[in-house]
Design a binder for this molecule. Structure first.
Ligand code: SF4
Ligand code: SF4
Length: 173
């Protein structure tokens, strides 16, 4: 496990190297990392971090509508419909399985009812070709808190809630 000093130093270096943000934004981001590090109880720290990552990704995907949903159809599905590829013309994007012909059990009233980071970072090849790509490494406040095994687990374990993922993260410290 990385020491707090190392996490802070690596995070600060990376934030300061970002040419696309203002000095004010850099200071704000460094403060965010410092605040996470203030929590010394590891379980509480990672629980808070997990929630922060989910909030960050929800803001990207829901508020900024990364998937381009219109009337429950995402941009990839609309593209498939335009091209006449019927099997992919369902609503609710990735939360619908055309293989099983139903929505994910966690989809309630059009929203995901659990906190799963693999689902939240996922983008299909259609979006990735458009440069929309998400990962823990790209989230400035999260990158240095997790090792490779934790990141791999989080980004490849779909459809389960925070308690399951968090337990596995803590076991991989
Ligand atoms: S990731 Fe792609 S297929 Fe999934 S909801 Fe977004 S646009 Fe649709
Ligand atoms: S668990 Fe994943 S597939 Fe299921 S509703 Fe949530 S985001 Fe969609």
């Amino acid at each position: 496990m990385r020491s707090d000093k190392r996490i802070l130093r690596s995070s600060i270096n990376r934030i300061n190297r970002d040419k696309n943000i203002t000095e004010k934004e850099k200071k704000k981001r460094i403060k965010v990392v410092e605040n996470i590090l203030k929590e010394k109880n590891i379980e509480k720290r990672y629980s808070k971090l997990y929630d922060m990552i989910c909030d960050y990704l929800d803001n990207e995907f829901i508020n900024k509508n990364v998937c381009g949903f219109q009337n429950d159809l995402c941009s990839k599905r609309r593209y498939m419909i335009e091209k006449g590829i019927k099997k992919d013309s369902y609503i609710n994007g990735c939360c619908h399985s055309y293989k099983h012909s139903n929505d994910c059990e966690h989809l309630k009233n059009g929203r995901c009812s659990i906190k799963n980071i693999a689902c939240k970072t996922f983008t299909c090849p259609y979006l990735r070709l458009k440069g929309k790509n998400y990962s823990i490494n790209k989230i400035y406040f999260a990158r240095y808190f997790f090792n490779f095994r934790q990141k791999f687990y989080m980004q490849n374990t779909y459809f389960v809630d925070k308690d399951v993922v968090l337990k596995e993260i803590l076991e991989r410290m």
